[in-house]
Design a protein around this ligand. Structure first.
Ligand code: CA
Length: 227
């Protein structure tokens, strides 16, 4: 799991990073809201831990802007005290849950697990849509402009990863991890092969190569409609 921690208190940020890495998570840290927002919208995180009290762009603004860009990564807000107003505002701004400082590290872990579990169920039951492409996790069907596509199970899982994080780069490592369970030889071109199958099945749009964009040396993303 890849996490983003947005927290301006350096000591707390580095303690969280250390503790979460020790639990086996990949952790990026942003010490201010602007960097946090940029990272959150450019990378596919599994969870964001977001402090409300940040200099400049505060946590509520960051959360609203993340949601405004249709990024539905689960967000756990950190509030400075037992402040009802902050908690309500946090949930209103699109956060999934909140935790009051100071907190025990184990409590943070428990909340994170609960949010990710809930997020999975939510994602599993919601139809994902991107442009004309519709993916229904309930029966694993994919339609383009209403016409059903015939995808293999692996093609489906690759497309699902891209559609869960539209307009965000999904790295080769993330695909290897989430689709193949980390079971790929690093030199293998299996991911390219499957992306190729998907591109053929999705069609190439208006001749511009279709919705799956290659981000060199990193991975792939579903790109936004061309202006
Ligand atoms: Ca703070």
């Amino acid at each position: 799991m890849r996490l983003l921690v947005v927290e301006d208190e350096r000591r707390l940020a580095s303690a969280l990073q250390k503790g979460l890495r020790a639990e086996g998570f990949d952790v990026d840290v942003a010490l201010d809201g602007t960097l946090g927002l940029n990272l959150a919208t450019e990378h596919a995180y599994d969870l964001i831990v977001l402090d409300i009290m940040l200099p400049g762009l505060n946590g509520l603004d960051v959360c609203r802007r993340i949601r405004a860009q249709a990024v539905d990564t689960p967000i756990l807000m950190l509030t400075a005290r037992e402040n009802t107003l902050d908690r309500v505002a946090g949930l209103d701004s699109g956060a999934d849950d909140y935790l009051t400082k100071p907190f025990a590290f184990d409590e943070l872990l428990a909340r994170m697990r609960a949010i990710v579990r809930r997020g999975r169920t939510r994602q599993l039951s919601a139809i994902l849509e991107y442009g004309p492409v519709q993916l229904d996790p309930r029966d694993h069907t994919v339609r383009v402009a209403g016409a059903r596509l015939d995808l293999t199970a692996t093609e489906y899982r690759v497309l699902e990863q891209l559609m869960m994080h539209p307009e965000t780069v999904v790295s080769r490592e993330q695909l290897a991890d989430r689709v193949w369970g980390g079971d790929l030889d690093p030199g293998s071109n299996v991911i390219e092969v499957y992306i190729g199958y998907l591109r053929r099945k999705l069609g190439d749009g208006d001749g511009d190569g279709g919705p799956i964009e290659t981000v060199r040396n990193v991975g792939y993303r579903l790109r936004g409609p061309r202006a």
